[in-house]
Design a binder for this molecule. Sequence first.
Ligand SMILES: NC(=O)c1ccc[n+]([C@@H]2O[C@H](COP(=O)([O-])OP(=O)(O)OC[C@H]3O[C@@H](n4cnc5c(N)ncnc54)[C@H](OP(=O)(O)O)[C@@H]3O)[C@@H](O)[C@H]2O)c1
Length: 168
Amino acid sequence: MPTSASAIKPWKAIVAMADKNRAIGLNGGLPWRIPEDLAFFKQTTSGHTVVMGRRTMEEIKKPLPRRHNVVITSQQNLPAPGFTVIHSLAELDGLPDKGELFIIGGAQLYAETLPVCSELFLTHVKGDYPGDTFLPPFEQLFAPVETLRESDEIKVVRYRNKALLPNE
Ligand SMILES: NC(=O)c1ccc[n+]([C@@H]2O[C@H](COP(=O)([O-])OP(=O)(O)OC[C@H]3O[C@@H](n4cnc5c(N)ncnc54)[C@H](OP(=O)(O)O)[C@@H]3O)[C@@H](O)[C@H]2O)c1
């Protein structure tokens, strides 16, 4: 069910998903290593705020350089040097304004926030990759707006929340 326009936040989600099975993760990490997509992620999020779930933080281990790194957790004393630690999604509205706010995963955080994200930067990964973590359905919420880049391995598409688009 699409969200109403007034409920949409300026947040943008960014994610890479294998088209064949919707995989986004394997054994706590990414199922693939695609330098072209890592470069796109870095270029898009540098200078901005990146928000991640605690499990994704544990995978990346250190804060991403040149970005305001935010981790969400229910734990009161999570060791997370270099991260701003928050305990609820409501706290995202009170963060200092450091560029745009990107939701960078993982699956649990995407499931909670995609309905209210204004945009989705989705890297469609074309190959076959096993996974144990999958992207929740987004197709009912978002419409493709433009293809940003395409190669043999990936296609990067910018989607906009349907609640923000004129009615067809
Ligand atoms: N392909 C991609 O683009 C991409 C991007 C990012 C991650 N990933 C992959 O996704 C996998 C991890 O995803 P995941 O779903 O297992 O974990 P996750 O979303 O990274 O983290 C989940 C944790 O975040 C915290 N959390 C989430 N929502 C919360 C809320 N509303 N309030 C308080 N705490 C909250 C909880 O931490 P506590 O348990 O500490 O309370 C929860 O256990 C990994 O394999 C990773 O590599 C893929």
